[in-house]
Design a protein around this ligand. Structure first.
Ligand code: NDP
Length: 248
């Protein structure tokens, strides 16, 4: 069976590294993005230049209409989905809890939690052997923040990633008998655009020094863990949460 993967937020950072590595491993790749069509197209062009198959696909993962359209489009253009990487995620400026408002909480939870749920739901509808599908694998991209809590900085983001981990464990058990494995990677500090704004560069330097391995990670180092969890090498692994954090 041809391997077809959808990588949400596949246009930059960890998602782009995952899309590129998946293509090198023989997957046809759907590269989802929300706003930056040029970045997504650059990933598709790089994949095609090395002989792979890819499409760029716009969708806001927090929109049910967008997500349903995206999955229909992937099936039409690439064939039956065999893998989903729920990677799209957002982080906002560091702030203490007394400055959080409902609008910010909704933005964070809409993308990080509801987006992951909606995409997982559509993937299960495609893959479940109970519904006539061929099975498959899902990897959710969580964060070490889920266990560290990010006190004084991003408690909202950390809580959203805690929800992603619970989704992983619950869904893994729910669909274990239907040919679908569900796992999470939990990255530590990874050098991507997510940390490019506000006071982040100084914070990133400080945090990198505190990582036991003494550095932030590269997006490709997370991508390799994601591709392993998607692969047959991980055929008996489901409901697992794999830290990729340099020991942090
Ligand atoms: P980036 O900010 O570099 O990229 C985010 C990607 O997500 C972009 O492709 C963006 O598309 C897309 N995106 C954002 N919101 C939506 C949405 N609503 N619908 C569809 N796509 C969306 O992020 P990273 O690569 O750093 O992070 C990727 C994942 O890894 C996230 O879930 C993040 O929480 C997690 N993570 C990152 C860590 C880090 O240190 N970088 C550490 C731990 C976890 P567009 O540009 O078009 O908006």
């Amino acid at each position: 069976m041809d391997q077809v993967v959808l990588v949400t937020g596949g246009s930059r950072g960890i998602g782009a590294a995952t899309a590129l590595l998946a293509a090198r491993q023989g997957y046809a790749v759907a590269v989802n993005y929300r706003q930056d069509a040029a970045a997504a197209q650059a990933v598709v062009t790089a994949i095609e230049a090395s002989g792979g198959r890819a499409i760029a696909i716009q969708a806001d993962v927090s929109s049910e209409v967008d997500v349903e359209r995206m999955f229909r489009e992937v099936a039409r253009q690439l064939g039956t989905l065999t893998a989903l990487v729920n990677n799209a995620g957002i982080l906002e400026q560091q702030t203490r809890v007394e400055h959080l408002d409902a609008a910010r909480l909704r933005r964070i939870f809409d993308t990080n939690v509801i987006g992951s749920f909606l995409c997982a739901r559509e993937a299960v509808r495609c893959m479940s052997t109970r519904r006539g599908g061929q099975g498959g694998a899902i990897v959710n991209v969580s964060s070490r923040a889920a266990v560290l809590g990010s006190a004084g900085e991003y408690v909202d983001y950390a809580a959203s990633k805690g929800a992603v981990d619970t989704l992983t464990v619950g869904l893994a058990h729910e669909v274990a008998g239907e040919g679908i494995r569900v796992n999470s990677v939990r990255p530590g500090l990874i050098t991507t655009d997510m940390h490019a704004s506000g006071g982040e560069p100084e914070r990133v330097a400080r945090l990198s020094a505190g990582v036991p391995m003494g550095r932030g990670g590269e997006p490709e180092e997370v991508a390799r863990a994601i591709l392993w969890l998607l692969s047959e090498e991980a055929s008996y692994t489901t409901g697992a949460i794999l830290d990729v954090s340099g020991g942090r």
